[in-house]
Design a protein. Structure first.
Length: 472
């Protein structure tokens, strides 16, 4: 491999990238760059190469999408083990297939010098929050420094990670400039396109959801939009600015967080009134403009995280978003409320808490995925253990060893009900849709309880089977 150029060499190598034009080669489905040669002035053409930095549930489908569209694609990640797995043709996300990984043509690597081969670099790294609920953009800054240290002049860098409005210009861009020695807008270009990945949802993959796209100027915007249009069948939305695109992502999930918080609080209030909240929502839903949200645990990488990005930026600007904070507080209180519901159900069954055993079905943060990293089921379990309740888990999708370590409970390899006083259907995977309630009740201890977090189980059938039934 050709050794990477120094910053000075790359800076002087080709500053004529501004003013480049692009056209589609319909047969090969690749972009080609037509750019002026800095020495001769003659137009020269070359095919575009794409690099995706960060091969998680966002970056890997993006890399495969470009690969399936016949682009030359480099998939870069700092995790050597992940790269080795992908090189063996094995999907590491659960949302693609091994066949797609193997046939996409993506070159998977942990070698950062390969970034110098790319014309476009897409950064898709995690953006968590810290213990204080503030955005942690260390991964973005680190990725930017890696990219900047290796990219060549004329590269376009597009951030896909969720950030607060202004972060692309304030965090990504300066890190790129400092590590490369280049000037943004002159030697390299920057865009932002928020990811809209929905793990476990086959109907809303990369190609099926409109892509919001932005650029530091109109030329970059149109260039990046055209690139995305080549892989997103649903089309793109050209945002008015990078800040608009950044804000649109956090607003999407903040809206969902607040709406779910409303029905969660409503459910708790109606419970005190001895009114069936699910029946109320069903009745209210008959109006044409009623929005259908259901109570539940709010976990995952987006909905419980993104409101913090918006609140953080608002408070930096001198505004306190009280409704956003209130919604977060309500949704964070749900695990404790579920534990309380479970305790009351066990008492109703005349169980002694310190001798009670609860089997939790489903520990992932949403149905039919294996991701337990940001599941609020762990909070429910922790609350139950505070009452000295013995908890065991079963999840047909999650890795048992990881679950044991993350949740601190025993995990079943095979679903067994004997000896338990209650069953909690926490995450309604498809495998739990056809539970034989009478057979389950017969295997449990006398007078069992069934805690149905999402209302996935028929209440009448549960009561008929002999359960004390409770739901959120």
């Amino acid at each position: 491999m050709t050794p990477p150029l120094s910053n000075t060499e790359r800076r002087t190598d080709d500053r004529a990238r501004t003013g480049q034009t692009f056209h589609r080669d319909a047969e090969r489905k690749t972009f080609e760059h037509t750019e002026p040669d800095s020495d001769s002035g003659v137009q020269r053409t070359r095919e575009a190469t794409v690099c995706v930095v960060g091969l998680g549930y966002v970056g890997l489908p993006l890399a495969v999408g470009f690969g399936e569209a016949a682009f030359d694609v480099i998939g870069f990640d700092v995790d050597d083990e992940k790269v080795d797995t992908l090189q063996d043709g094995v999907d590491t996300t659960g949302d693609l297939s091994d066949e797609q990984i193997e046939e996409s043509g993506v070159t998977y690597t942990a070698d950062p010098t390969t970034i110098q081969e790319a014309d476009y670099v897409f950064v898709a790294v995690p953006t968590p929050i810290d213990r204080d609920g503030h955005p942690d953009l260390d991964y973005v800054e680190s990725a930017a420094r890696t990219v900047g240290s290796n990219m060549t002049a004329g590269t376009t860098v597009v951030l896909e990670s969720t950030v607060y409005p202004g972060a692309t210009r304030e965090v990504l861009m300066p890190a790129l400039e400092e590590s490369s020695g280049f000037d943004a807008g002159e030697d390299f270009f920057v865009g932002y396109s928020p990811e809209r990945a929905t793990p476990g949802d086959e109907e809303h993959g990369l190609a099926d959801v409109v892509k919001v796209v932005s650029g530091q100027n109109e030329a970059v915007l149109n260039d990046v939009a055209a690139l995305y249009e080549s892989i997103v069948d649903a089309g793109v939305h050209r945002a008015a600015s990078i800040e608009v695109a950044e804000a649109s992502k956090v607003v999407e999930n903040t809206q969902r967080d607040i709406n779910i918080a409303f029905v969660n609080e409503l459910t708790m209030a109606l419970e005190e009134m001895d009114v069936d909240a699910h029946a109320v929502l069903e009745a209210a839903g008959t109006k044409w403009n009623f929005h259908d949200y259901r109570p539940g645990l709010v976990g995952g990488h987006c909905i419980p995280v993104d409101p913090n990005f918006l609140a953080y930026r608002a408070e930096q600007s001198g505004f306190t978003p009280e409704l956003i904070h209130a919604g977060r507080e309500v949704n964070e209180s749900v695990p404790a409320h579920l534990a309380e519901i479970t305790i009351k159900a066990l008492n109703r069954c005349h169980k002694t808490l310190c001798n009670s055993r609860v089997l939790v079905l489903g520990l992932a943060y949403k149905p039919n995925v294996d991701d337990i990293r940001s599941s609020k089921v762990s909070n429910v379990i922790a609350q139950l253990e505070d009452y000295d309740v013995d908890v065991e888990g079963y999840d047909p999708h999650a890795d048992n060893e990881m679950a044991r370590e993350a949740f601190g409970i025993e995990m079943q390899d095979q679903l067994l009900y004997e000896g338990f006083d209650a069953v909690m259907v926490a995450t309604p995977h498809d495998e739990f849709a056809a539970l034989d309630l009478e057979a389950v009740a017969a295997d449990l201890a006398e007078q069992p309880a069934l805690i149905d977090v999402t209302g996935a189980v028929d209440e009448a059938a549960a009561a008929k089977a002999g359960f004390v039934y409770r739901r959120l």
